[in-house]
Ligand binder design. Structure first.
Ligand SMILES: [Zn+2]
Length: 107
């Protein structure tokens, strides 16, 4: 079983679950997390990124059971910070909520 962490993005999580189920995978959504009954999901996710036209998204292995699917943006604006888990860039306030969305023991 693998958890795909969509970094607070419920919309992409929902699209991903529909995509996975359409391919015959056993997947379900929990907020912005997608739980799939597969071990090697990186190739599936790469295909999903292509299929969904989300070329600005990337895949990161967070730990042995968690993969993060999130937008990777370079920091160009002053005052923005980066999420340590997935590289998501936002203001400090937004990042506080964002990090909690990971549900991982950061704080
Ligand atoms: Zn993050």
């Amino acid at each position: 079983m693998t958890v795909i962490d969509c970094a607070g993005d419920k919309e992409i999580a929902s699209n991903l679950v529909k995509y996975l189920i359409s391919l015959g995978h056993d997947a379900r959504q929990d907020n912005s997390l997608v739980i799939i009954n597969e071990k090697n999901v990186k190739n599936i996710l790469k295909l999903f990124i292509k299929y969904a036209g989300k070329s600005d998204y990337d895949i990161l292995q967070a730990d042995s059971e968690t993969i993060v699917l999130a937008k990777l943006t370079s920091i160009t604006n002053f005052g923005l910070s980066t999420c340590e888990i997935c590289g998501y860039v936002a203001t400090d306030e937004e990042l506080f909520a964002h990090r909690r969305a990971h549900g991982i023991q950061l704080f």
